[in-house]
Write a protein that binds this ligand. Structure first.
Ligand SMILES: NC(=O)c1ccc[n+]([C@@H]2O[C@H](COP(=O)([O-])OP(=O)(O)OC[C@H]3O[C@@H](n4cnc5c(N)ncnc54)[C@H](O)[C@@H]3O)[C@@H](O)[C@H]2O)c1
Ligand SMILES: [Mg+2]
Length: 338
């Protein structure tokens, strides 16, 4: 492991200080170092693995058991692909650092949108699939990494100019920041905080749906935080706006990065309303529908394994397992059953 680390950081002395660290600590320190040290990051890219994207769609491969995983190529393999397709080898330098594997190998992502999609798919034995669909196909732990990669690639593609001077911005080697070439203003990737809450009246939980959701799908209520709001204020405002209810007993459950529509930081909570104040007044400009669901209805939906066939949706269909909404709904059902 140490040998690998030394190669990754091109012999920098700090690698010896990692000898006493746990695997997790050394990985976090390695990523932090690579964000700050362009030379070390360039060296790590030569031995790293790369997740390929084409116009922000990740490259997936079907594995023998019929499931999908993101294609991860060694940087030498990516170089060979670029060479074979007649692309500039320097394109590899556009890779963005996304993390570090448990084997201490730096992980990057690269968008090859300027190459012919079908040609890359053929050489790499995979398919570029829209992230919304890929998110349902990826069952392993890689889904959050793929989402993070897409979010970073999108941020670079849309932040090429300084919003103060209009001049081009330049990225560092890892892609953790961009700097305005004229004013020196430093830009970092941004996320929008979103509160998501499962409201309960003690016996039932409140779920809503937007007209853009797949037929039959309901989720916990969510909304973007306004500037200056606390998490609790945003939560109370969103439930008041969308469902006409006043909540109390807010408790935090967990968070997640969510790549749609751009890059949101989802803060998942539970909250309660008094049964005598559970009369809904839904704002139909925000939600197509919102309803109270019983434990029986929610439990049946949680038992469903595969997406419903077209034309025959079940009465209630929930967000995918790796969505924080799913976690909130499952937690509520488990507490009710206890
Ligand atoms: N991961 C999950 O489990 C899960 C579940 C439900 C919703 N979500 C996500 O939560 C997000 C927010 O939910 P919502 O759509 O109900 O929000 P919302 O109720 O705040 O309504 C969306 C509207 O808010 C406004 N808005 C304010 N700030 C915005 C910003 N920074 N970016 C975009 N729009 C902004 C826009 O007018 C937009 O149309 C959605 O994008 C959705 O993808 C995630
Ligand atoms: Mg909303």
């Amino acid at each position: 492991m140490l040998k690998q680390l030394r190669i990754l950081v091109s012999g920098r002395t700090w690698s010896s200080s990692l000898r006493h660290c746990s695997g997790f600590v050394s990985r976090m320190r390695l990523v932090n170092q690579l964000k700050q040290d362009d030379a070390a990051c360039a060296a790590a890219l030569q031995t790293g693995s790369i997740f390929l994207f084409h116009r922000l769609n990740p490259l997936l491969q079907r594995i023998p058991n019929g499931t999908f995983r993101p294609a991860t190529l060694h940087s030498t393999e990516v170089q060979a692909v670029l060479q074979r397709l007649g692309a500039e080898g320097s394109l590899l330098q556009d890779s963005v650092l996304i993390g570090c594997s448990e084997q201490n190998q730096a992980q990057f992502c690269l968008d090859v949108g300027q190459l012919d999609q079908a040609a890359v798919e053929e050489v790499c034995d995979g398919k570029f699939i829209a992230l919304r669909k890929a998110f349902f196909l990826l069952t392993g732990a890689e889904a959050p990494l793929v989402a993070k990669a897409q979010a970073l690639l999108r941020w670079h593609q849309t932040n090429g100019f300084c919003s103060a001077t209009g001049q081009p911005t330049q990225r560092n080697q890892s892609g953790s920041q961009r700097v305005c070439s004229s004013s020196g203003i430093v830009y970092y990737p941004t996320m929008s905080p979103v509160v998501i809450v499962l409201v309960s009246d003690g016996k039932r939980c409140l779920l809503g749906r937007q007209s853009s959701f797949p037929k039959g799908m309901y989720s916990a209520l969510a909304g973007f935080c306004d500037m200056g709001e606390t998490l609790e204020e945003a939560l109370c405002r969103e439930v008041a706006e969308e469902a006409g209810l006043q909540v109390h007993s807010i408790s935090y459950s967990g968070s997640q990065h969510w790549p749609f529509p751009h890059s949101s930081f989802m803060l998942g909570c539970h909250a309660a309303v008094r049964p005598e104040h559970s009369q809904l007044s839904v704002d139909h400009s925000e939600l197509e529908d919102a309803r109270w669901f019983s434990l029986q209805e929610v439990s049946a939906a949680l038992r469903l394994q595969a997406p419903p066939p077209r034309g025959a949706p079940p009465p209630l269909w929930l967000p995918p397992k790796h969505a924080v909404a799913h976690r909130l709904i499952r937690e509520w059902a488990e507490r009710q059953s206890d």
